[in-house]
Design a protein around this ligand. Structure first.
Ligand SMILES: Nc1nc2c(c(=O)[nH]1)N[C@H]1C(S)=C(S)[C@@H](COP(=O)(O)O)O[C@H]1N2
Ligand SMILES: [Mo]
Length: 287
């Protein structure tokens, strides 16, 4: 968002802020049911529980004394949402930097809710009071142009949950120079992710002429025993390109529910979050 539209108050994530691992641990809904035990939770009580808060108190964070986040209770209790308390990552014990001994994994949802080094889980009527739930990770409106203008919006705008459908080009990279083979066809490859739980991605279209023509990329869903609605897909294709400077590659993913990328560039927001424009590579020199 910063490089393509306008400066933002945020970190330059580029295309690498994604995780795709094998996570293992008990389903959080099973743990909560177990804890409720014979102490039957009444229907009314259940309806009052709107959020499940995760907290980690081990260390201060940049903006708060601790780290936390929450997800809607309904989502946690829905077995199709696969929210787990992970104790293993890629079949190994959770590494310290990824949350040992136990972390939340909330698939399809921005990473901020997958709280690491978990100390406490609270079922509550309220969202997590942590800074990163209340004062960050929100898609602020256009007129929230700076921190001051954003202030009144933090309490009004809902916290982000699911990430939007997106396709990233890994090869070639933006601002690079590539040699066009005699065939006139350039190898392009990348990954794509669905919107939240609407996966998997079922189609990736690529354009080397700024959207005049699109071709379908070949999708690679990975090993069948691991592929599911949460996993990314790798894709590759050969795109017809002309030689020249300032070339662009567009890549557009569509998921199983039909969610697709709508804009060449996303709509600006102060924190630069939820960017999913399909102008994937720009300032490409083709020689
Ligand atoms: N305790 C704790 N958990 C946390 C964070 C944190 O700062 N502290 N960062 C969150 C954010 S913003 C992300 S993107 C993911 C990153 O998880 P990873 O380090 O396993 O990639 O952890 C989340 N869980
Ligand atoms: Mo993050």
């Amino acid at each position: 968002m910063r490089t393509r539209i306008k400066d933002v108050s945020g970190i330059d994530w580029y295309d690498g802020a994604v995780m795709n691992c094998v996570w293992e641990g008990p389903r959080l809904s099973d743990v909560l049911r177990e804890l409720a035990g014979s102490d039957e939770v009444s229907q009314t009580e259940r309806q009052q529980q709107k959020h499940v808060q995760f907290a980690s108190y081990g260390t201060e964070t940049q903006e708060d004394k601790w780290y936390g986040g929450s997800v809607p209770f309904e989502r946690v209790m829905d077995p199709d949402m696969d929210i787990v308390l992970a104790v293993k990552m890629n079949n190994e014990p959770l590494p310290p930097r990824h949350g040992f001994p136990v972390r939340a994994i909330v698939p399809g949802v921005l990473g901020a809710r997958s709280v690491k080094w978990l100390d406490r889980i609270t079922v509550s009527e309220e969202e997590s009071p942590n800074f990163y739930q209340k004062h960050d990770y929100k898609i602020l409106p256009l007129d929230a142009v700076d921190k001051k203008a954003a202030e009144p919006y933090w309490s009004q705008i809902p916290a982000m949950l699911e990430m939007p459908v997106n396709a990233c080009v890994a090869v070639p990279t933006y601002k690079s120079t590539v040699k066009l083979p005699d065939s006139g066809m350039l190898d392009v490859k990348g990954y794509a992710v669905p919107q939240g739980h609407f996966g998997p991605v079922v189609r990736v279209q690529v354009s080397g002429d700024e959207g005049k023509t699109w071709i379908d990329a070949k999708l690679d869903h990975g090993p069948p025993e691991l592929a599911n609605k949460w996993t990314w897909v790798f894709w590759n294709c050969q795109v017809k390109m002309e030689k020249g400077e300032g070339k662009k590659i567009f890549a557009k993913a569509t998921d199983k529910a039909g969610n697709t990328q709508e804009l060449e560039r996303s709509t600006w927001n102060l924190r630069g979050v939820a960017y999913n424009g399909y102008e994937a590579v720009f300032d490409l020199t083709v020689v």
